[in-house]
Every structure is written in structure tokens, then in C-alpha cells.
Design a protein around this ligand. Structure first.
Ligand code: SAM
Length: 496
């Protein structure tokens, strides 16, 4: 059978989609190649969140095709994922040697489509149509290529996004929110745990909106009966049209449905009900989730941190900006004060909770004053980690047409300043952990130095130590001896 190489750009959702496609291909008898040069088929799973990610994938494909023309004339090439969805046929028009374009609701068709192309039954396939129930199609796992035990696994609980932040392309590439059922997700988690997985990260574009709309609500007590089931819209291709965003933002609609249906059942949001159900799985040690929306940290979720021992005390809260003026234009649905209130509640529920965030610098019209507000929120919260993005205009998004687009030099300078601040704060706080004892789950060899082992604290900090394979999958207490840049080093002396 042919061999396949998959290269992934972008977020953890994309990594997970690629893993599922790879597992589906392996189940059909395909082998996984170690490099593009050794593969019969090369698939690029693409990201559209920033222009740079799109350009990287396009350049990579053009280079590979150029080499293949001389050295591997029968090699098959495909695009999958977000850029495949938003550009569709345009990709084949631009690069006529591309054989396959698979959109974000069609990952599970990839293996069948490759069979058809390789057998010569079809020459080219472009499929970016919407498909009902596709949110439940990302379920197969590779678990480190079956060769080793995976300690940690990602489980996709939903697809799509209804938030329509004015900078973000995701609602246009991933479609409307559609959630899997709790039963379906729990069955997948149980299977993973039976195969040795100890930690599960629940994945979605905005996991805190889980179950608020879409097909997966049927088995949720809060939504029995009257929830309208929405079919995903056809997504725009080639940037010609876009669905109109809801005026009041995504989460509001869901909250109304919940309040109406919560009485007599549970006041917990569907996401917290899902956490409860996953928490009940015997043998599972740790639960994490990403990405949530700050608005989604209601009291039920904050309380879940205090109530559910398997839920790790680590939270990602993408703040995007510290300026109320910009938060409003970004359509984020919270103010600086509300954001800080959520942080305070989380810290009260779980002192020492690990906090990370996403921040955009250089959003259209961002003044020095707005940026100062972002610096000050970073100082006030003291995030353990911040992913900083220079604003990148995305087609079909309102912000791309806003006045006040800033020069690259301004974005770069603000990026540098914020990065310096975040790094200083993180270094100080990591240093404070030296000589403390932390609990880690050992995942395997350290990526940077495979002679050593690495694990993660409950607060999501990486700890490297002199261990061995026998420690993999173990939960152990380690004394921190040294702090590096976003890495802690543990004392092996207390491991025995
Ligand atoms: N849906 C998830 C969320 O909202 O957290 C993930 C979206 S995206 C992969 C992750 C981050 O990319 C966002 O939180 C935002 O900071 C950043 N981002 C999104 N659109 C962007 C843009 N046009 N320019 C720069 N950064 C952007």
C-alpha cells in the first residue's frame, strides 16, 4: 500500500485532525512516511488564522511540486483543513499539480478520496461542502504510531465557532458550532483510558460553548426536547461571500436556551456536564481543555475546578487586548473588569492555578494608550504564558476593512515590548517554584534532550528530569531544582 506524509500547520485542533486522518489511513493499510521525500502521498493540513501560515503552506506545496516534477513524477499532493476550506478550487487553479483539496468537514473522506485518485478512477477531487455530523468524525487515534504508550490524548468534542470576533477567520473556515454527544465523547475517552491514556484534553474552537447549539445536544439533560437543530451553512470559498455574524455574539443565544431548559434539571452548562461525565471514568487521572472563551468561565465552571480533583488547575483565557475600547471593536463580549473578575474567582477557587492567554498586538486603530492597557493587564494578571500574535488582516473578516491598519514596524515593536514583559514576569514566577515540590505526570522523553524524561505539572508547566522509560505514565512528586525559560528542572533524587 502507498505511504503518506502529513505536515500540519496551526493549532492543536489541526494536530488532532491530522492524527485522525493518519489513523484512518493506517486502518486502510497505508503506511506513514517519515518525510515527504519518502512518501507516495503528501498532505498539508493548513491554517488560515494568519497570513504567514497560509503563505508557508502555499510555498511548501509549490516547492514540493517543483522537486517532484524532476524526481517523483507520480507523487500525489493534497491540501486539507482551513485554507483548503476557504480557498477550495482556487488552490488547484493556482497549483494545477495539486490532486486533492479536502475541507474542514471532510477530513474523514480523505482515505476514500486518495484510494480513488491512486486507482486512477478520478484525477482531481475538491470537496469543501458542509456535511452533517462531521463533528463526530474526528475519533481515531494513533497513540504514538501504536509503538509506544501515549500518556496524554486529545479528544475533539465539537467543531466550528459562532463567536465572530472581528479579527478571526475561524467561523468562516470551520462553520457553525456543532457538538458531539456526551455519550460519544465518553466512549472515546473510555477507550483511550483502556489503552493506557492517563490525561485527556478536551478540544474545540470554543469548548465552553459545547452543547449550546448543533446536533450533539440530544442526550443532554438541559436541552432535551426543544433545542433547534441547526445544519451547518455552506462555507464561503475563495472569499466571495460570508455568512452574516449574529449581532449579539454567539454565546448569548445558548445561554437563553439553557436558562429556559435548566429548570427542573441541572443548572450546569452542557460543558460542565461533559466534564462531570468524563471525570467519572475510572482510570483517568487528569482532565484539561482548550480553547475556552473567557465568557465561558461561569460560576459552574469555576466551581468545577474546586469540585473535580481530576480537572487540572490550569486555565487558558484568551484576553486579546487590555483595552475596553478594542475589546468592544473586536467583538469579544467582555470588559477588562469582567475578565479580571474571572481571574480573581479562579484564583480564589484554586490558588496557584496556571494561567495562559492569547494577545493580539497591532489591531486596527490600536493606539499607544490601548497598548499600554494591554501591558498593564499582563502586569496585573501575571500570566504564566502568553501567545502573542501580530494582527494579520484576514479576508471576509470585518477588521480587515477597518480604518487605522498599522504598519508592520509598529506591530513588531509592540510585539517585542509585550514579549519582554511576559517573559520577565514568567521567569520571576518560574524561579519562585525552585525548591518546591510539584506533582507531574510523566509523558516520555524530553523533546530537546531525549536522554532525559519530561512531565507536566497540574498547572501545565513542563518539568525535565533524569528518569527512564519506567517512569512513563507515572504520577510523581518532584522537587524543582532549577528554572529555565518556560521549563523547570526536577531532582531525580526523590524519584525512587
Ligand atoms: N478559537 C480559538 C480561540 O478563540 O481561542 C482559537 C483561535 S486561533 C487558532 C488562536 C489565536 O489566534 C486567537 O486567540 C487570537 O489571539 C489569534 N488570532 C486569531 N485571528 C488572528 C488574526 N487575524 N491576526 C492575529 N492573530 C489572530
Amino acid at each position: 500500500m502507498p505511504s503518506v506524509f502529513i505536515k500540519t500547520y496551526g493549532c492543536q485542533m489541526n494536530e488532532r485532525d491530522s492524527e485522525a486522518v493518519a489513523a484512518q489511513l493506517v486502518a486502510k493499510g497505508y503506511s506513514l512516511a517519515k518525510s515527504e521525500a519518502m512518501a507516495d502521498v503528501v498532505l498539508l493540513n493548513t491554517c488560515s488564522v494568519r497570513d504567514m501560515a497560509e503563505r508557508k503552506a502555499l510555498n511548501k506545496m509549490a516547492n514540493m511540486i517543483g522537486i517532484a516534477k524532476k524526481e517523483r513524477p507520480n507523487q500525489v499532493f493534497g491540501f486539507m483543513g482551513c485554507m483548503a476550506q476557504s480557498r477550495g478550487q482556487e488552490l488547484v487553479d493556482k497549483l494545477p499539480d495539486v490532486d486533492l483539496v479536502v475541507g474542514t468537514q471532510k477530513f474523514h473522506r480523505t482515505a476514500d478520496y486518495l484510494d480513488e485518485i491512486l486507482a486512477g478512477r478520478r484525477e482531481k477531487i475538491v470537496d469543501t461542502a458542509a456535511e452533517e455530523k462531521s463533528e463526530a468524525a474526528i475519533r481515531e487515534h494513533l497513540l504514538n504510531g501504536n509503538a509506544q504508550t501515549s500518556v496524554s490524548a486529545f479528544v475533539s468534542i465539537m467543531q466550528g465557532c459562532n463567536q465572530y470576533c472581528t479579527f478571526c477567520i475561524v467561523p468562516y473556515t470551520r462553520g457553525e458550532e456543532r457538538s458531539r454527544t456526551i455519550d460519544d465523547i465518553v466512549a472515546e475517552c473510555r477507550d483511550l483510558v483502556s489503552r493506557g491514556v492517563k490525561e485527556i484534553t478536551l478540544l474545540g474552537q470554543i469548548v465552553t460553548s459545547y452543547g449550546k447549539r448543533g446536533v450533539g445536544r440530544a442526550d443532554l439533560p438541559v436541552s432535551q426536547g426543544s433545542a433547534p437543530i441547526q445544519t451547518p451553512p455552506i462555507l464561503p470559498n475563495a472569499g466571495t461571500t460570508s455568512p452574516s455574524p449574529p449581532r449579539s455574539g454567539g454565546e448569548g443565544r445558548g445561554e437563553v436556551v439553557l436558562r429556559a431548559q435548566g429548570e427542573g434539571h441541572s443548572k450546569k452548562s452542557p460543558f460542565v456536564q461533559l466534564l462531570d461525565a468524563v471525570h467519572a471514568i475510572d482510570g483517568l487521572e487528569r482532565i484539561r481543555f482548550t480553547s475556552p472563551h473567557p465568557k465561558g468561565y461561569g460560576d459552574d465552571l469555576v466551581e468545577a475546578y474546586a469540585r473535580l480533583p481530576k480537572l487540572c488547575e490550569s486555565a487558558h483565557l484568551p484576553v486579546q487586548s487590555g483595552s475596553d475600547r478594542l475589546l468592544k471593536i473586536m467583538h469579544r463580549g467582555y470588559t477588562r473588569e469582567r475578565f479580571l473578575g474571572i481571574i480573581e474567582k479562579l484564583r480564589r477557587a484554586k490558588p496557584g492555578i496556571g494561567l495562559s492567554t492569547d494577545i493580539i498586538v497591532g489591531f486596527p486603530g490600536e493606539t499607544e494608550e490601548d497598548f499600554e492597557q494591554t501591558l498593564s493587564i499582563a502586569r496585573e494578571v501575571e500570566f504564566d504564558q502568553a501567545y502573542i500574535f501580530k494582527y494579520s488582516p484576514r479576508r471576509d473578516t470585518p477588521a480587515a476593512d477597518m480604518e487605522g491598519q498599522l504598519p508592520t514596524a509598529v506591530k513588531e515593536e509592540r510585539n517585542e515590548r509585550l514579549l519582554r514583559l511576559v517573559n520577565e514576569i514568567a521567569a520571576r514566577n518560574y524561579e519562585k517554584l525552585v525548591n518546591t515540590q510539584v506533582q507531574i505526570l510523566v509523558e516520555g522523553p524530553s523533546k530537546k534532550n531525549p536522554a532525559r524524561m519530561m512531565g507536566r505539572t497540574r498547572c501545565n508547566k513542563i518539568v525535565v528530569f533524569d528518569g527512564s522509560e519506567r517512569h512513563r505514565g507515572q504520577i510523581m512528586d518532584v522537587k524543582i531544582t532549577r528554572a529555565g525559560s518556560f521549563t523547570l528542572y526536577g531532582d531525580p533524587a526523590i524519584l525512587e
